[in-house]
Ligand binder design. Structure first.
Ligand code: AMP
Ligand code: MG
Length: 579
């Protein structure tokens, strides 16, 4: 049987002209060594006894809830110029900036129970108060709170854009939770800051619904990401030319309260390096290493190199994980690439439907710079920029080493993607031909425009017997795939490969636990947005609920058609940078 398998693979490879998996360029590791800044940081210490009583039960109001920017303020020089008027800022990492309350009645449109309870130690009842509405929209600060806007720069669409910074976001402070984790809470859409440039400091309902839903959905898919606490919508008019065609419309302002272990980005270091503020660059690096890369010793002469190497490794992992769920970020600028390698700044993202390496989610990206198939390469471009930013603090020898580390990025990515796609196909062990099996499947998907998410999901749900007998015609994505002239041969090859594994049920279960049945498709988000714009938040709630268990078949999701063939109008939807 083994020789039949190899012969089959050989014949198929020759017939299909498919090279080993470079098609989708690359596998997120479940290897704990690859997540060196997770769980091993100084953040993981147990909470001190003095504050422990606070966490006996989840609090049902905000009276005891405290966040603080104290550590950040004490660690860095703060912008010395008073007032948050727009300007070029120097010699600091943060500026003090007060949120501007949104006008008109506020509505709590959505809240993530998981974040409220598991991260913020609150009871979800606490979100029903007026206090929460004011706090989570920027209208009220908790006592002692000094909100900050972060100064950063970035390479946008390949070019240095100079100072960017938090132009519509306010860091409310850090929260130490009962698990000993420190989380940074940030408002997005909360008004102008020193960094607003020509912007109005606001975010509209549509982009806020999308960020709220997608960041939570990504978390439940297992992809490292910022999280969202709540979404508050207002009656404040906000003008937007959604497709940059002169058609300016009045939309409404909204605020997402979001959180991450850290909001520092590649651009946080770039701005300091570009402007020659090298002492401050070192200070920021030392802080990030101490807080988030605590396995790196502060007196290690190679600490910046080890930091760089970790970011290279983790960025490769993150991008591979995006690819494994068909996620295209849309705006992979260096200011949107986290130093902790989590997904941040959700804008014109998209989940690929029909498999297409040229899928571009952002209609403003004319050249397709950030098409899904280019994300790995763009990750490398961003890491090159990180290295440029780090160069002033590296010796000649360390710079040489860093370049070598960068040259290893492609291999790390390949290894990750290979492992991920092998798991998506339920393949155990390592066989030489696995690459071909994966690559040929992707090629067939590309040729037949089969749906990425559902092809893998239906391969998880179909039994070997059904595959053998070709009795899967009601599975729409597999049906599309089977129109390919090589599909029958591929199925035979796959059946032979999985026949050498123990139980088919085990394969199905493993595959079902990593191949989602539901992702936030554009049309789903759009439908929820349209309702939210009319103050009906039921679909936002439904999507949040369903996407919190993306691997479990759910009646409500099936009724809503979330695993069905996308509706006819899905294809014509467009998402731009406007937000
Ligand atoms: P983004 O493309 O959303 O990552 O934003 C890029 C930069 O533009 C960041 O510095 C943002 O803070 C800033 N920005 C985007 N939209 C606005 C806005 N409406 N008002 C002020 N700044 C904005
Ligand atoms: Mg951004």
């Amino acid at each position: 049987m083994w020789s039949t398998y190899r012969a089959l693979v050989f014949a198929l490879v020759t017939a299909s002209n498919v090279t080993p998996v470079h098609v989708l360029e690359f596998c997120q590791s479940t290897d704990p060594d690859c997540h060196s800044h997770d769980g091993k940081t100084s953040n993981s210490r147990p909470p001190s006894n003095s504050v422990k009583h606070r966490w006996d039960v989840n609090a049902s109001d905000l009276t005891q809830f405290r966040v603080t920017c104290k550590k950040l303020i004490e660690s860095f020089p703060i912008d010395e110029v008073d007032g948050d008027f727009v300007r070029t800022v120097r010699n600091c990492v943060f500026s003090k900036s007060i949120p501007t309350p949104l006008k008109g009645p506020l509505r709590l449109a959505a809240v993530s129970k998981d974040v409220i309870e598991e991260i913020l130690d609150l009871d979800v009842a606490a979100t029903q108060s007026e206090d929460f509405l004011l706090y989570a929209s920027g209208a009220k600060l908790l006592s002692g709170s000094v909100p900050l806007a972060h100064r950063y720069g970035g390479h946008q669409f390949g070019y240095w854009a100079g100072q960017l910074g938090d132009g519509r976001a306010h860091l409310l402070g850090q929260y130490l939770n009962r698990k000993g984790e420190i989380w940074e809470l940030q408002l997005k859409g909360s008004g102008k800051t020193q960094y607003s440039r020509s912007g109005d400091g606001r975010a509209v309902v549509r982009s806020s619904v999308r960020e709220f839903l997608c960041s939570e959905a990504m978390y439940f898919l297992g992809v490292p990401t910022s999280r969202a606490v709540s979404l508050i919508v207002s009656e404040e008019p906000v003008l937007r030319d959604q497709f940059y065609n002169g058609n300016v419309k009045t939309e409404r302002g909204a605020v997402v309260l979001r959180l991450a272990r850290s909001w520092f980005r590649i651009g946080s270091l770039e701005i300091l390096s570009e402007s020659g503020e090298i002492d401050l660059l070192k200070k920021l690096l030392n802080f990030i290493i101490e807080e988030h890369f605590s396995f790196v010793s502060s007196d290690d002469p190679d600490k910046y190199l080890v930091f760089f190497s970790t970011v290279v490794n983790e960025t490769a992992s993150l991008v591979a994980q995006w690819m494994s769920v068909g996620f295209a970020h849309g705006v992979c600028n260096t200011d949107n690439f986290s130093l902790l390698s989590i997904t941040i700044d959700y804008g014109p993202f998209g989940f690929m439907e029909s498999y297409d390496p040229n899928f571009v989610p952002n209609t403003s990206d004319d050249e397709g710079r950030y098409r899904i198939g280019a994300q790995a390469e763009v990750g490398l471009f961003n890491l090159e920029k990180l290295l440029v930013a780090l160069s002033p603090v590296l010796t000649q020898k360390q710079q040489k080493h860093a370049k070598m580390i960068l040259r290893g990025y492609g291999d790390i990515y390949q290894t990750r993607i290979h492992r991920l796609f092998k798991a998506k196909l339920g393949l155990l062990g390592e066989e030489e031909e696995d690459n071909y099996l994966i690559a040929l499947l992707l090629k067939m998907m590309e040729d037949t425009r089969a749906d990425f998410t559902m092809t893998f999901r239906q391969l998880s749900e179909v039994s070997a017997n059904q595959l053998r007998n070709r009795t899967f015609t009601e599975m729409w994505a597999l049906a599309d795939l089977s129109s390919h002239k090589l599909s029958s041969d591929w199925i035979n090859m796959y059946l032979l490969r999985i026949s050498r594994q123990q139980s088919d049920l085990d394969r199905q279960n493993r595959m079902k636990s990593i191949n989602p049945r539901y992702v936030l498709r554009n049309w789903m988000a759009e439908s929820a947005v349209r309702k939210a714009e009319m103050n009906d938040f039921s679909e936002v709630a439904l999507l949040l609920h369903i996407l919190s268990s993306p691997f479990v078949t759910q009646d409500a999701a099936e009724e809503a058609g979330y695993a069905a063939r996308p509706p006819w109008w899905a294809n014509s939807l467009k998402v731009s940078c406007s937000s």
